[in-house]
Design a protein around this ligand. Structure first.
Ligand code: AHR
Length: 499
């Protein structure tokens, strides 16, 4: 098979937003406990943070981290997680049917993000709680001092304000599974009240209203419209969440998951802009894709519901294979392609829970297959996103109809004289030779071309074989007189850098 595309620095979409490379830490399963935090682990620092995990988080290139949930936040009392650890209450977490020890909370999270140079992104509880508690949390986190709650933060060892800029107004409030689930109108009214008061406290905040938990929600579209009618002037973002999995061995449809992400993003942009027109507003609401990943959700839903209340149990510790990683790479292409409106995103989650990084308690930490496309995209995408519009053979898929085999996006960084191409070959068993016309780019050489591929699409990394699937240098490239070609193996993701 052959495909072609043009890479022209004039075909600009938007800047590469560093917040596209965010992730998510929820108090769920072993994401926090025995994930990022494990006092007593041989690699733990004085604060109990695992330095082996921190090194992998750095390598992953994560820029923002959303916290503390997820479904967990809708039953959470933030005060439980601050102050002397011995006095923190133990509570039940209804969302994940487990026991929360509260040994890790807001102050520990902020310390952890600061050590890693990560921007924290907080969520407030709009399930069991509301306006007053959100304002209290904001005062504790961000007020400089001289008030009851900011002084309490200082007394807890944090005299400097945490300066959290981005705040999510609840989580997945459209989902019937959510504690305190609401109709769009009920949620929109509450989110508007909370946003208005939070802005009175600090007009510089960036606020995210909950959009739909997925494009297949029965309220999708209507939810966004109603929520934005209530909140339009008060929020900066509307959120999107999406998880993909292979259903019934249908690999071709699974590999085309970015088709759904494209449709989801474009539908939310259209809905937000329709509300803008109706309200006669001038500003635009952007999109925060603050939960996205591959998640074998149907397996989780088919499992017997939990009857016990364990501390940090193994929950949704999906083991990712090569095809999952190619899908993650493809979803990143979709996010980048929509950088004009998707200006923040969070890979859900960061450690152990549907995560690129896995750990064993007291044991090693390693990279899942999905770690690689994320880390390489975060490290390579720079400057401006370019539209590339590949001409590609198409393949019929059961879920999405005819889908182009090749999907791609590019970035251009004139300051450093570099360009990068991110491309997937979604053909199940055929390689593709991709020809790229480097119009106006004056590229002289291929700096590197790395491809993630394996003859076994279901090969995965494990504690015993942590490097079973890793990207390899792709030598099948040629650059001649402004024409580049590269051979893409079937079911593969590739990043190519030029200068
Ligand atoms: O990331 C796992 C869960 O998925 C989150 O808690 C929730 O927001 C979503 O449904």
């Amino acid at each position: 098979l052959t495909a072609s595309m043009t890479l022209d620095p004039a075909f600009r979409v938007a800047p590469v937003h560093r917040r596209t490379f965010g992730s998510f830490v929820e108090h769920m399963g072993r994401c926090v406990y025995t994930g990022i935090y494990e006092p007593g682990h041989p690699a733990a620092d004085a604060d109990g943070f695992r330095t082996d995990v921190a090194a992998l988080v750095r390598e992953l290139g994560v820029t923002t981290v959303r916290y503390p949930g997820g479904n967990f936040v809708s039953g959470y009392r933030w005060e439980d997680g601050v102050g002397p650890k011995a006095e923190r209450p133990v509570r039940r977490d209804l969302a994940w049917h487990s026991t929360e020890t509260n040994q890790f909370g807001l102050d520990e999270f902020i310390t952890w993000t600061r050590t890693l140079g990560i921007e924290p992104m907080m969520a407030v509880n709009l399930g069991t709680r509301g306006l007053q508690e959100a304002l209290d949390l904001l005062e504790y986190a961000n007020h400089p001092g001289g008030t009851a709650l900011s002084d309490r933060r200082a007394a807890n060892g944090h005299p400097q304000p945490h300066a959290v800029r981005m705040w999510c107004l609840g989580n997945e409030m459209d989902g019937p599974w959510q504690i305190g689930h609401k109709t769009a109108r009920e949620y929109g009214r509450l989110a508007a009240e909370v946003a208005r008061a939070m802005r009175m406290s600090d007009p510089g905040l960036e606020l995210v209203a909950c959009g739909s938990s997925g494009s297949s929600m029965p309220t999708f579209g209507a939810w966004e419209a109603e929520v934005l009618e209530e909140t339009y002037d008060l929020v900066d973002y509307i959120s999107l969440h999406a998880y993909y999995e292979e259903h019934d061995g249908d690999l071709a449809s699974f590999l085309a998951s970015a088709t759904d992400m494209d449709h989801f993003i474009e539908s939310v942009v259209a809905t937000a802009d329709a509300v803008r027109a109706r309200l006669g507003a001038t500003k635009r609401v952007n999109l925060s894709f603050d939960e996205w990943n591959v998640w074998y959700l149907s397996r989780h839903q088919a499992a017997e519901p939990r009857t016990d209340w364990p501390v940090a149990p193994r929950v949704i510790e999906d083991r990712y294979h090569l095809a999952d990683a190619v899908v993650v790479g493809g979803l990143l292409i979709s996010l980048l392609r929509h950088s004009d409106r998707v200006t923040a995103a969070s890979l859900a989650q960061l450690v152990n829970v549907i995560a690129p990084i896995m750990t064993e308690p007291g044991g090693p930490a390693w990279r899942q297959t999905t770690f690689h496309p994320f880390a390489l995209t975060a490290a390579t995408a720079a400057g401006t996103v370019l539209r590339v519009e590949p001409e590609s053979p198409v393949r019929e898929t059961a879920r999405y109809g005819a889908v182009p085999v090749v999907d791609a996006v590019a970035t251009h960084d004139p300051e450093h004289g570099r360009a990068a191409v991110f491309v997937v070959n979604r053909a199940v068993d055929e390689p593709v030779t991709l020809h790229v016309d480097l119009r106006g780019l004056a590229a002289e050489r291929v700096v590197s071309c790395r491809t993630l591929h394996d003859d076994d699409v279901y090969a995965a990394n494990t504690a015993e074989h942590p490097d079973r699937v890793t990207p390899a240098e792709n030598k099948d490239t040629a650059l001649d007189g402004g024409r580049l070609s590269v051979v893409l193996p079937p079911v593969s993701w590739t990043v190519l850098t030029l200068e």
